[in-house]
Ligand binder design. Sequence first.
Ligand SMILES: O=C[C@H](O)[C@H](O)[C@H](O)COP(=O)(O)O
Length: 236
Amino acid sequence: MKDELKILAARTAVDELVARGRIRSGMKLGLGTGSTAMPAVRRIGELIADGTLSGICAVATSFQTTIACENLGIPVYSMNSRQIGGSLDLAIDGADEISPEKHLIKGGGAALLLEKIVAYNSAEFVVVADGSKAVSSLGTKFALPVEIIPEARISVAAALKKLGADAVLREGVRKAGPVVTDNGNLILDCLWASPVQADEMEYEINRITGVVENGFFTRILPSVWIAREDGTIDRR
Ligand SMILES: O=C[C@H](O)[C@H](O)[C@H](O)COP(=O)(O)O
């Protein structure tokens, strides 16, 4: 059921954005990571294949999405390429949690760094999700991913403790040892005993030496498509 809702949110968002001209031929698009972003990527691939969209230049936010784009025939470029020039027209992605003020937690798939570079350098940011992602507050349920330089594992965990967070090193699944991100870093997953002010915490965590990025996304206001269990779409 949840998978169907993810597909519904993703496809509805892409189709409405195309119908309203917010996704157009020739655009530079950021493509997110994860099980909800993927059907959006697939839909964009279909619209390229049937000729509805042409001249799309995409930036993928992970190896997973890069491989999907290769399979779907979506042209992928680096943010630094001449075609992209460091900024995008629109980025579309999933989220792990969405607060009422549309602050996000992202990075459940450890792709937060490139996702944030892409989102924060896009003129428009679109988030697609199933209803389970809409929450009343952030910090106490889904652990905030923090990408760190491996050598700073202990010192960053201690600094996060001073910010009230219990930080746990993310372990690999079907791999001995920790998760290593696409950028060669580690992930600390952080939980607080009570809800946190995400915009302040996004800033404070990134001041810790050895932190590369954290999964709070508060500095760009996304347009959100959430598929509810009854099959309706909540647009925020
Ligand atoms: O690192 C992964 C990303 O931030 C994902 O967009 C996020 O974890 C949501 O993933 P999913 O749509 O699979 O729940």
